[in-house]
Design a protein around this ligand. Structure first.
Ligand SMILES: Nc1ncnc2c1ncn2[C@@H]1O[C@H](COP(=O)(O)OP(=O)(O)O)[C@@H](O)[C@H]1O
Ligand SMILES: [Mg+2]
Length: 467
């Protein structure tokens, strides 16, 4: 009886393992397809980190193991980002969360494939519904998570990278090599190829497999090295204002301790000096010195958010991530906080990543906007362009959610709901991130691109006739 149970359990385990492997394989293929697609369009693509080794790389390995030698004591640096004034570059960011263990283990793809770049002094908006992975993106940038795959560059320095893709590449190259080996042995057995031919082909396959593994292992090593050697001074320049002003402040700490905590961690130990900085920051966000000794619960929501901003300011940031800074606040004080952020942006010459869940907030505040849906960016354009030519059905749905100030038009406003299954048919062709107008990117396949192009013409015509 017991034996039977054990056998059944083993069988179940075996079949679930097989299923997982099959699922992994399709995922891997999908990843490869989407990545290759994106690489054709994304100018700043990071071929060397996320794709199978190029022929050149493989050649290098076979001649002198150059790639392996290339792991320097230095972190990866990209001069082209500095030359093009790109302060932050997020390339194919993936952030998965894993739950459980064994065959029952599953993953949640919080961020699936996100790439964008923020220029020096720019305010970049990231918009999407709750749960689409905006906060996770922000938290990955400030290194609160070890990212699963992809890379993040700040001022040309790689500050974060994930190695999952490289590990998969090694795994599947080995699987493919074993398959090839079996096939060759079979062919030899059936006298389809000669022994010499068999040996030659096997040697070639083995060499290829070894080289791919070598290159990928070297990359993993470099990724691990970079992740462990990020310059804390560089990271200090990136600060984040959190979504919830209540939860993000420790109720047992005074305002002064909260604001100066970052300074302490960074090694600023002079108490008088720290106090001066705290007071300066408090005053800058419209609070007074007396508040330094109070506790967070004594303040209103708007004031707490100001404390959150002061905590970021005290570190003298260059890049500010604002994670829905006003969505937890009363409508009456939202404008105050937005104005404060706007002033600080000019005063500190900040570059910003502004996260929001509706388009009305970012319309006037951001230079460029990326619309995110389920862990992916579906449309990216300048603010004006996005409002002039909203193309993706999800963008349209977000736009239809903005209340209109005119009661007559507000009465007739129709809310568009977005249902991806109804809107897209990707069974034949998968979507790519295409530049449909200069600087305006959209996730679409070629049939949709044609449709969107017609829509642009019509939108232009309509705008002309209204003028
Ligand atoms: N630390 C975590 N562990 C597990 N799941 C998480 C974690 N953080 C976020 N998630 C999940 O990732 C998804 C995206 O979350 P989040 O980035 O917070 O969305 P948003 O900020 O766009 O509302 C959600 O489904 C959320 O439940
Ligand atoms: Mg969030």
């Amino acid at each position: 009886m017991n034996n039977e149970k054990e056998i059944r359990q083993e069988e179940e385990l075996e079949s679930s393992k097989k299923k997982m492997l099959a699922k992994d394989e399709t995922l891997y293929q999908e990843m490869q397809e989407t990545n290759v697609n994106i690489s054709k369009n994304d100018a700043a693509d990071d071929l060397h980190e996320h794709y199978p080794p190029s022929d050149d790389e493989l050649k290098n390995v076979t001649t002198e193991d150059k790639v392996i030698k290339d792991i320097r004591s230095k972190c990866k640096f990209k001069q082209e980002y500095v030359d093009n004034n790109i302060i932050l570059s997020v390339n194919h960011l993936k952030q998965y969360f894993f739950f459980g263990s064994g065959p029952g283990r599953y993953k949640l793809k919080a961020v699936h494939d996100v790439s964008f770049q923020v220029k020096e002094g720019e305010c970049f908006g990231l918009v999407g519904e709750s749960g689409c992975g905006k906060t996770t993106t922000g938290r990955s940038i400030i290194r609160l998570y070890n990212i699963t795959s992809g890379s993040i560059y700040y001022k040309g320095h790689r500050i974060g990278a994930g190695s999952r893709w490289n590990e998969k590449e090694i795994k599947y190259t080995k699987i493919r090599f074993n398959e090839e080996k079996k096939k060759l042995a079979e062919a030899l057995k059936n006298n389809e190829i000669s022994k010499e031919e068999h040996d030659k082909k096997l040697k070639e396959a083995k060499e290829y497999c070894d080289n791919v593994c070598k290159v990928q292992k070297a990359k993993i090593k470099q990724i691990k090295h970079d992740n462990n050697h990020v310059d804390p001074k560089l990271m200090r320049e990136i600060q984040m204002i959190f979504q919830d002003p209540v939860d993000s402040l420790d109720p047992r700490m005074t305002v002064e301790t909260i604001i100066s905590e970052g300074l302490q961690i960074q090694g600023f130990r002079n108490k008088a000096d720290n106090h001066r900085r705290v007071v300066e920051a408090l005053e800058r966000v419209g609070l007074i010195e007396d508040y330094a000794n109070r506790y967070p619960h004594e303040f209103s929501g708007g004031q707490r958010q100001r404390i959150g901003i002061a905590r970021a300011l005290v570190m003298n940031p260059k890049f500010l991530i604002c994670d829905e800074p006003i969505s937890a606040l009363d409508v009456s004080i939202r404008a105050q906080i937005i104005n404060l952020l706007n002033d600080l942006k000019d005063e500190y010459k900040l570059s910003m990543l502004f996260i929001a869940h509706d388009l009305s907030v970012v319309k006037y505040f951001c230079d460029r906007i990326a619309v995110m849906y389920f862990g992916e960016i579906v449309e990216l354009a300048t603010s004006d362009e996005l409002f002039k030519h909203p193309l993706h059905p999800y963008t349209k749905s977000l736009l239809s959610a903005i209340p209109k100030p005119n009661p007559l038009t507000e009465k007739n406003r129709i809310r568009i709901t977005y249902n991806p299954q109804k809107e897209h048919d990707y069974s034949v062709e998968k979507p790519k991130f295409v530049e449909i107008l200069p600087g305006h990117f959209i996730l679409a396949n070629s049939v949709e691109v044609e449709k969107y192009k017609k829509e642009i013409v019509e939108l232009d015509k309509k705008a002309d006739s209204e003028q």
